[in-house]
Design a binder for this molecule. Structure first.
Ligand code: PMP
Length: 397
């Protein structure tokens, strides 16, 4: 079975696993302790922070370690909104954000904040004019992701950030960079980014690790308070082994970015071509992020395609983790104007740096074979005298 779901999670580097295991055995000290064990753990933590800071071209004091990007996004959105409530209570985000941003904004809305959700165009983009037009006197935060996790669509962060800094310098700009770090160039300082989230397990680190870049001078109201760890922004004894593993993964992702992006964009183009061979399939992704291809069949359940591909030896993803009949259509695809059926039928294929050209050829063949098998299903359905698209959709609804 070949694994093509790297946007969901990645196999950790062997080097990361070994380092984490070794540190768990040997360096279990609490970095806050004053004895040798604590001091060693503290040094490891310091070094890990420096490595992550170097990879993002920021200062070590601007890196906050978290349990993953869900926490980073919650901390960025709610931490900023609560901290700067006296400035105003208005937030701006986009319709296609990850739930950890979207639902954080919604939670604040329930607490009395006002939220502007920017619509996206049919390719899933917002633009800097739209963002600027949404800013009000009481806007405290704009949160826009860099690369969308379902479609690989890229938001023009390099235009939005500088525009905000020039015209609305007090408005904070948060970027969810989970799907872009290690795939695209990321320039936090040039792009006027104040807060940037990253997840370890999307870049071949481990689950339970992530970080939030917090620009020097930006204050956040912490979500977790207690012992004052992580510059008073995230209390709790630091998981030093996992954090060192994260730093390794961050360094390797940064160092390998150009090589991976060049290889993966070639793979993406091959797979997009394989999808185009079936006129019934609609591409939801473009030639944007190198590692994600997304397509729908407007008359076929995503699960049917997923299981057909699984039988052919490749593991891919539907847009949602939940594949039950009651699964909601993808909010992202609906926001891009796709029909309810297409939005329920999204298949996402995503690559990682462990793939080989031969595996991509096998995936392309599997998509071809899936097309042949699905055609047989379509013809059979038509023969029994009803329109295939409607019947199949009704079955799903
Ligand atoms: N943002 C994006 C864009 C993601 O793809 C994910 C992972 N699904 C997250 C945030 C959440 O990351 P984590 O799994 O580390 O909490």
């Amino acid at each position: 079975m070949l694994y093509f779901d790297h946007a969901a999670t990645t196999p950790p580097h062997e080097e990361v696993v070994k380092t984490v295991a070794e540190l768990m055995r040997r360096h279990y000290g609490n970095p806050s302790s004053l004895h040798k064990y604590g001091e060693e753990a503290g040094q490891l933590l310091k070094r890990a922070r420096e490595v992550c800071a170097a990879a993002l071209a920021v200062k070590p004091g601007e890196i906050i370690f978290t349990s993953g990007a869900t926490e980073s996004n919650n901390l960025a959105v709610k931490g900023a909104a609560l901290q700067y409530a006296s400035r105003g209570r208005h937030l701006v985000t986009a319709a296609t954000e990850h739930p950890s941003v979207f639902e954080s904004c919604r939670q604040l809305e329930q607490m009395g904040y006002e939220l502007t959700v920017l619509p996206v165009d049919e390719e899933g983009h917002v633009n800097a004019d739209q963002v600027a037009a949404a800013i009000r006197k009481d806007t405290v935060l704009v949160s826009i992701m860099h690369v969308n996790n379902e479609t690989g669509r890229i938001q023009p962060i390099h235009e939005i950030g500088p525009r905000l800094k020039a015209e609305f310098p007090k408005v904070l700009f948060h970027v969810d960079g989970v799907q872009s770090f290690g795939k695209l160039p990321v320039k936090l300082k040039d792009w006027g980014i104040d807060l940037f989230s990253l997840s370890g397990h999307k870049i071949r680190g481990t689950k339970g690790t992530g970080l939030l870049y917090v620009r020097e001078g930006v204050k956040l109201s912490p979500l977790l308070i207690g012992g004052g760890q992580e510059f008073d922004l995230r209390a709790g004894t630091e998981n030093v082994p996992l954090i060192v593993g994260l730093a390794k993964a961050v360094r390797m992702a940064a160092e390998g970015r150009e090589r991976f992006a060049a290889a993966a964009s070639g793979w993406r183009d091959i797979i997009m071509e394989a999808v185009r061979q079936n006129p019934a399939l609609e591409l939801n992704s473009g030639t944007e992020a190198p590692h994600i291809v997304n397509f729908s069949h407007p008359a076929m359940k995503a699960e049917v395609m997923l299981h057909t591909l699984e039988l052919l030896g490749v593991a891919v993803s539907t847009k949602s983790a939940c594949s039950s009949r009651l699964a909601e259509p993808s909010r992202v695809l609906l926001a891009m104007g796709r029909s309810g059926n297409a939005a329920s039928g999204g298949i996402r294929i995503s690559f990682g740096d462990s793939h080989t050209a031969d595996e991509i050829r096998q995936l392309a063949l599997a998509i071809q074979e899936m097309t042949t098998r699905l055609k047989t299903v379509e013809v059979r359905v038509q023969k029994v005298g009803f329109s295939a698209p409607r019947r199949l959709n009704e079955a799903r609804d």
